[in-house]
Design a protein around this ligand. Structure first.
Ligand SMILES: C[S@@+](CC[C@H](N)C(=O)[O-])C[C@H]1O[C@@H](n2cnc3c(N)ncnc32)[C@H](O)[C@@H]1O
Length: 282
């Protein structure tokens, strides 16, 4: 199915280089062109750190502590929101991202909050080429995994996350409720979302089909940006995780168990080998 909402202003300069046919841009590597410096500068207005911290509370910190995690690899650092939060909570964090623009912004954000990030520029598909430690947890948050367009990229990235984890480590990965979007529903249930909490930006899907969710981010200063993403279905993500070797997967909706039709899903996938149980929990 195809939905088209909020058509973009054609007069706007295409700094993100989507070209004449933006809906045909369905490439994993394109994220490098999307997180350009101007957009990285605006990202924090999009997420609003204080509002986001309030929305998620201590959800991730509790999960990490429940699993005894101390060392965390943030593979999608972005502008540093989770890396900084976890550092402040005493976790030992390495902050990776494929985009140098986002990492530079994250480093500055951390310095402004009296934290020093250990950064590594690394693409998920080749994570173990650049990261040579093992971690208790890998986090891939803020609807980041959606940037992978090919199934083999998603499998490879999950396998790379798996490999960098200690034998009983956990992966925490989230994504939008794309099932609802694909079925013609809206991106957020009501008001502002619980990840993109900024008041100065309008976020919405411009085009959705089974292979593309193109979102538009219109800021108060008149600037407009886009992200082209792959619409990840809930069941599909859980299946892929299981297929790369995670035996136990616990999923949450908007930071709760059992919430139907949330805006965001969070999956906690456990690497620990289970002799007696090969099923995926929920
Ligand atoms: C939606 S942002 C989320 C950032 C942050 N986690 C947050 O929640 O605010 C996605 C991030 O994933 C990074 N990214 C996308 N594809 C990647 C890839 N293949 N390898 C490494 N990083 C990637 C982008 O550079 C960007 O910083």
């Amino acid at each position: 199915m195809t939905t088209t909402q909020n058509p973009s202003s054609s007069a706007q300069a295409d700094h993100q280089r989507f070209g004449d046919s933006p809906e045909s841009v369905r490439e994993t590597d394109h994220y490098q062109q999307e997180y350009i410096e101007d957009f990285a500068d605006r990202w924090d207005r999009l997420i609003d750190w204080d509002a986001r911290a309030e929305a998620e509370g201590d959800f991730f910190i509790k999960i990490l502590r429940e699993h005894g995690a101390r060392s965390v690899l943030d593979v999608a650092t972005g502008t540093g929101f989770h890396s900084v939060r976890l550092l402040k909570e005493g976790f030992d964090v390495v902050s990776a991202d494929g985009s140098p623009n986002m990492l530079a912004r994250a480093f500055r954000n951390a310095r402004a909050r009296d934290q020093l990030l250990r950064t590594a520029q690394a693409d998920w598909r080749f994570l173990n080429r650049d990261i040579h430690e093992e971690f208790d947890a890998v986090i891939c948050l803020g609807n980041s995994f959606t940037h992978l367009f090919k199934e083999k990229d998603r499998r490879k990235s999950l396998a790379e996350y798996y490999a960098v984890l200690k034998h009983n480590g956990i992966l925490i990965l989230d994504h939008r409720n794309y099932d609802r979007l694909l079925e013609g529903g809206s991106a957020v249930r009501q008001g502002k979302g619980n990840v993109y909490c900024g008041q100065d930006v309008e976020v919405g899907p411009e085009h959705v089909d089974e292979g593309l969710a193109r979102f538009r981010y219109a800021f108060g200063d008149g600037s407009t940006y886009h992200l082209n993403m792959f619409p990840l279905r809930y069941g599909y993500v859980r299946r892929l995780m299981q297929e790369v070797g995670f035996q136990k997967i616990t999923s949450f909706g908007d930071y709760q168990r059992g919430l139907e039709n949330p805006d965001f899903y969070v999956h906690v996938a456990e690497k620990e080998y289970r002799f007696d149980d090969n099923s995926v929990s929920d």
